[in-house]
Design a binder for this molecule. Structure first.
Ligand SMILES: [Zn+2]
Length: 194
């Protein structure tokens, strides 16, 4: 086994080292599997304890914690969840990344609906849509599909690495987006702003 370099260990490297150490000492039976998520509850309790200590809610104790203490306890919750995750998936990092991506897609769609523009419209891009908001579908290198109007579809296409464009509800719109993207700089809204 190689010794991990603690000065440059990433979050996931740290957690992998911790999991290996825990497994060595506690084994990998069903009891241990149950205890890993249970540990999260304990850490969540620590967050609340620090928060209560920060507010001085107990007059007998006064203010015993700082916002920094609460922040550190919250970090422990995150690390405990990352540790427990190892018991339920073979690739915790990939599982986490895929989950964040899925959540982000949902959030992006929600924000787009609120703004009244197509999902391809970048939040920093102030321009309005052009035509149907699902004229095309832009597919990124991970296979994520984004419905788009012709205008924002071309801008998104020009900003992505190895994108694809498929026709949505408007006949031949994919071709229009493809050609328009050829003369569109990546992240066009940045250069227009000032
Ligand atoms: Zn649009």
């Amino acid at each position: 086994m190689t010794t991990p370099d603690t000065t440059t260990a990433t979050e996931w490297q740290h957690v992998a080292t911790l999991v290996a150490w825990l497994d060595r000492h506690n084994g990998d039976g069903p009891h241990e599997t149950a205890l890993r998520p249970l540990k999260l509850s304990e850490e969540t309790g620590e967050v609340m304890r620090a928060y209560i200590g920060m507010t001085g809610q107990n007059p007998r104790k006064g203010i015993t914690h700082t916002p920094g203490d609460v922040a550190a306890e919250l970090c422990d919750v995150i690390l405990s969840a990352m540790t427990a995750l190892h018991r339920f998936t073979d690739d915790p990092e990939a599982t986490f990344t895929a989950t964040v991506r899925a959540r982000n897609e949902r959030l992006t769609a929600l924000i787009a609906r609120e703004s009244g523009r197509c999902e391809a419209a970048h939040r920093d891009d102030p321009t309005g849509c052009e035509g149907a908001q699902d004229a095309v579908r832009i597919i990124d290198q991970h296979g994520t599909e984004t419905p788009a109007c012709v205008h924002h579809g071309a801008r998104l296409y020009a900003s992505l690495d190895k994108p694809l464009v498929h026709t949505g509800t408007v006949h031949r719109a994919a071709l229009a987006v493809y050609y328009r993207a050829q003369s569109t700089p990546p992240f066009a809204w940045h250069t227009e702003r000032r």
